[in-house]
Design a binder for this molecule. Sequence first.
Ligand SMILES: *Cc1c(COP(=O)(O)O)cnc(C)c1O
Length: 342
Amino acid sequence: MNPFIDLRSDTVTKPTPAMLEAMFQAQVGDDVYSEDPTVNELQAYGASLFGMEAGLFCPSGTMTNQIAIKMHTQPLSEVVCDRTSHIYLYEVGGIAFNSAASVQLIDGQRGKISPNQVAACINPDNIHFPETSLVSLENTCNKGGGAYYTLSEIAEISEVCLQNKIALHLDGARVFNALVASGDDAKEYGRYFDTISVCLSKGLGAPVGSLLLGPKPLIEKAKRVRKVLGGGWRQAGFLAAAGLYALQNNIQRLQVDHDRAALIEKALNEAPYVSAVMPVETNIVIFTLAPEVNADGYLEYLAERGIQGTSFGPQMIRFVTHLDLTDDMISAILQAISDYKG
Ligand SMILES: *Cc1c(COP(=O)(O)O)cnc(C)c1O
């Protein structure tokens, strides 16, 4: 049991007794034979939420993103995304390793790219250039401090992709945070994206797992790619049961995480040693310390108070709120922020 109040990430959550009970009760079979009823139910349920035909349950969001990129590219083609995207920064260079594709990076605003920026970086049909074949959005944007795209912003980018016959993928590791904050309808997403990756192991609180959603034929082909990556798993229904439980019980409560993140934002804005806080939109708080305070020193101070965060650079720190926090823990965090004397 971690004795710390853990704000490093929303991946750190542990299954609740009710989620564990759902896992114990799961009906399972061999998923490599597509015979695990709980995996099949999770895949169908996840797909239906987003107005998609089919789903594929995978061990991680890195795997669902990398499979999607593989499905939408060929060697000598190019992926367009924001410079701070998870698919580019935090997936070990997998776009090159798995798909032999290149990347065109856009300097977005807090991780969000615009239709004009997308249109401007589509390569002309000329043998000097890789063929632009995929645009990938991240919603919410991790490095952008949890900023989110609205459906109308997504629709405009989708239009540019359609006109240029380019696929559109969503890294929706935290898409439910975006949906709860924007009030947008998940079902509409299926109209704009060719594929969607959703993490069950972030704010939704499942221990493991992500879903890749898309059209049936694409998901059938994606199964082969999952297999070659070593992701063909057997009685995965025990984990799928946790994912189903998460989707059926833990979406609306994300608002609590957002409200708590806003409380932390307010305390940081009042702290004299904080020079800037990215406006909080969901459950991520990224802030910059004044020049005389460094992130490692501040994290040491927090650790003495039993609190953990993540260093996001020499002066920058990230906090993420999630369902394993309590009101008392939030009070302790607010107190620690206001007590710091440098
Ligand atoms: C967490 C995350 C992923 C996937 O991470 P895994 O640890 O591989 O499940 C993908 N994109 C974003 C933006 C994330 O935050």
